[in-house]
Every structure is written in structure tokens, then in C-alpha cells.
Ligand binder design. Structure first.
Ligand SMILES: [Zn+2]
Length: 400
């Protein structure tokens, strides 16, 4: 098993826990927020800046990398870690969510999904097996099974159908990964003593010649906001025994209170000793609320996408930095923030950059927002380690 999950602290009054996720590319401290590196880049950030920020794991989108530059090119170049110069952990999604949400969808069949490329309109087919193959070519540490996500709201019948299909696809993905892993270990040769030692840089990022260890495969629980369907979906996946479990199909338009309740209900159905990943969530408040409900991992485009639109997260709530009232504001984006952006630049200057369409504007707001998210997770984790999560939780609830 390439992944080991260790719980190091648990809150006594909520479901919150702090853990360590041991991956082939380093230890990830949980609860964790994974910045979204859609096309092998977190827009506006260099990999060195992400490391300085303390990012331990990134999410990359299989759909985008499959279409461009193509997973075969990335495989030939030694995998995504080496290709993008990122020595730490990577999680890839299955591509299903993009296929089903980017209006590129042709049709869903028992076998898989037909879709059209948003780049050139060409037709492609993604099956559970194919999604595993593509993610293996990318070489991520954690990969996801192909699932069917339905819109909110959907009929009970449509959600039930998606739960059943997602369960069958999860089984096929697991079989495919086992088949490839046993093929690989059978054909693996012991390293030749004559082969030159890799440079430190190469061994950190992954040597092209060395075989990439089999990734951990996560199953995805579906079921909309229907408790019975969530249970049915979770039970089916538990029989297959995945290395981690994701909660899909949440934060898709349902009321927030409902999202929290379903996340809590679903987390309780999952084994204590496996990581739980809530996909596509959320706001800074969501992170705290969902950690309290037993979630360990999150990803969301919100901090980076909002940053590019001039919306920054601060200790006093959201700030729309393009507003005229900041034209002469010499204070930093967030007076309570210690990020490199807040230590050097004023609201007035960053507003000017964004209004003038200067690329540095989005770079600075992105850096600040990601710092805000990573810092929040660090504080959540610290509070868990010191037995002070409840206090932290109520303080966040009282924030503007
Ligand atoms: Zn800042």
C-alpha cells in the first residue's frame, strides 16, 4: 500500500481529527486544503512559492491534462511530478466531473462517458478503466475512481441510478488498478548496480527510469442529499475496501445546512482509519465546519478563482479590492495577515494593478488568498493538537 494514514489527535466533542497521510512524495498533515492546479499549474503561482507557502499536496485535473498536453507526453517525460517540477504529493481527479459539467457531455453509458473536447470538439471516451490508465500515466500519489455526478436537484430515481453506476464503476476501477499493479510487479527488474546515481534534484522529483509506485485509489460516495442513498453508496464502496473515501456531489447548489448535515452523516458511515475527502469545498467557514464533521481533505478553486476576480479573503471577511473606496487605502489586504503580499503591498496598489489589468495584480491576490486558506488549515490542525478545536470553532463562527 502506497498510502498510510495515521490519526494523531481527535476532538472529543466533534468529529474533527488531525492526521498524517504518508505518501511516496512526502507526509501530508491533515486536515488539508489542496490548491487546484488544473492544467499542471496553480494559476499565478510558481511551484517554489507553493512550497514556501507550505503546500504539501496539489490537485491536478485529469480531463485537462489528458486533452493537453496529453497523458502520454507526461508519462514519457517521467510523470507529472517531474514534468511540472513538483516534488510533493499530487492527487488527480478522474476527469468525470469536468466531462459532466463542462457541457462537453455526449452521453453516459454502462461502459463509460462519451464527451467532446472543449478545445477542438474531438470525441473521446472515458471509462472507469481508462480513467485509471490516464491517472497512472500522470503518476499521481492519489487517484480517484470515475463516478457519475448528478445535478442538484435531481429525482430520487436519477440519483439512485448514479449511485448504482458509480458503485459498479468503482469496482471496475479497482480491478483495473490491481491488474496493472500485479503486471508491473511481475515485470519489474532489480536495479542494475552499474546505473548512475540520480542527482538530488532528480530523486526528489522522480527519476524518469524508476518505476512510479502504484497510487492509492479513493472511491467516491454519491447519493445527493438523500441519506438512504448515501448509505447505500458508502456500503457498496466499503465492500470494495478503498484506501480513502471521497464525498462527491456536494456543494452543487444544495442549501449549506443540508451540505453540512449530509457531510456529517456520510463521514460517520466511513471507516475511522481512512482519509475522508470532501470534493470541491469550500469557503473558509466550510473548512472549519466540515473538519468538525469528520472531513480530512478539501479542494476548491475558490481562493484562486476569486483572487483573479479581485475578491480576497481576510480576517474581517471578503474584500472586493477593485472598489473605489480602496483607491487611497494604504493598509494591506488583511492587517492581520503575515503573508509576503500583506507585508509589502497596499490595497491601493493592488487595486490599481487589477483595474489596469496588470498580471501582477492577480498574482498577488492569489498568493494572499492561498496563504489565507493554508494558514486557516494550519490553525485548525494546531487547535486539534492542543485540544482547543472547540474554542477555535466558536471563534470562527463569531467572525464577520
Ligand atoms: Zn496576506
Amino acid at each position: 500500500m502506497g498510502l498510510r494514514f495515521e490519526i494523531v489527535a481527535e476532538d472529543t466533542t466533534t468529529g474533527a481529527r488531525a492526521g498524517l497521510l504518508h505518501t511516496p512524495h512526502g507526509v501530508v498533515e491533515t486536515p488539508v486544503f489542496m490548491p487546484v492546479g488544473t492544467a499542471g499549474t496553480v494559476k499565478g503561482m510558481t511551484q517554489a512559492q507553493l512550497e514556501e507557502l507550505g503546500v504539501q499536496i496539489l490537485l491536478a485535473n485529469t480531463y485537462h491534462l489528458y486533452l493537453r498536453p496529453g497523458h502520454e507526453i507526461i508519462r514519457e517525460l517521467g510523470g507529472l511530478h517531474r514534468f511540472m517540477g513538483w516534488p510533493r504529493a499530487i492527487l488527480t481527479d478522474s476527469g468525470g466531473f469536468q466531462v459532466m459539467s463542462l457541457k462537453s457531455l455526449g452521453r453516459v453509458t454502462e461502459d463509460g462517458v462519451w464527451f467532446k473536447s472543449h478545445l477542438d470538439g474531438s470525441s473521446h471516451f472515458l471509462s472507469p478503466e481508462r480513467a485509471v490508465e490516464v491517472q497512472l500515466a500522470l503518476g499521481a500519489d492519489i487517484i480517484m475512481t470515475l463516478d457519475e455526478c448528478v445535478e442538484y436537484p435531481s429525482s430520487h430515481e436519477a440519483i439512485h441510478r448514479a449511485v448504482k453506476l458509480t458503485g459498479r464503476w468503482a469496482g471496475r476501477a479497482k480491478e483495473k488498478l490491481s491488474a496493472i499493479s500485479s503486471q508491473r510487479s511481475a515485470s519489474e527488474e532489480p536495479p542494475s548496480p552499474q546505473s548512475p546515481a540520480p542527482s538530488p534534484q532528480q530523486s526528489a522529483i522522480g527519476n524518469r527510469q524508476s518505476s512510479i509506485p502504484a497510487p492509492a485509489l479513493f472511491g467516491i460516495v454519491q447519493g445527493g442529499v438523500d441519506r438512504d442513498l448515501r448509505r447505500e453508496s458508502a456500503e457498496g464502496l466499503l465492500e470494495l475496501d478503498f484506501e480513502g473515501y471521497a464525498l462527491g456531489g456536494l456543494s452543487v447548489g444544495e442549501p449549506k445546512a443540508e451540505m453540512y448535515e449530509v457531510a456529517e452523516y456520510t463521514a460517520r458511515l466511513l471507516p475511522r482509519n481512512r482519509p475522508r475527502y470532501l470534493m470541491g469545498v469550500g469557503t473558509p467557514e466550510d473548512l472549519v465546519e466540515c473538519v468538525a464533521r469528520g472531513i480530512d481533505m478539501f479542494d476548491c478553486v475558490m481562493p484562486t478563482r476569486n483572487a483573479r476576480n479581485g475578491c480576497v479573503f481576510t480576517s474581517q471577511g471578503k474584500v472586493i479590492i477593485k472598489n473605489t473606496k480602496y483607491a487611497r487605502d494604504e493598509s494591506p489586504l488583511d492587517p492581520a495577515c503575515e503573508c509576503p503580499v500583506c507585508r509589502r503591498y497596499s490595497r491601493s496598489y493592488i487595486r490599481h494593478l487589477l483595474v489596469a489589468g496588470e498580471m501582477l495584480g492577480a498574482i498577488l491576490t492569489t498568493q494572499h488568498n492561498l496563504h489565507f486558506y493554508i494558514d486557516r488549515m494550519r490553525k485548525i490542525r494546531q487547535s486539534l493538537l492542543f485540544g482547543a478545536f472547540a474554542e477555535f470553532h466558536s471563534r470562527v463562527r463569531a467572525e464577520p
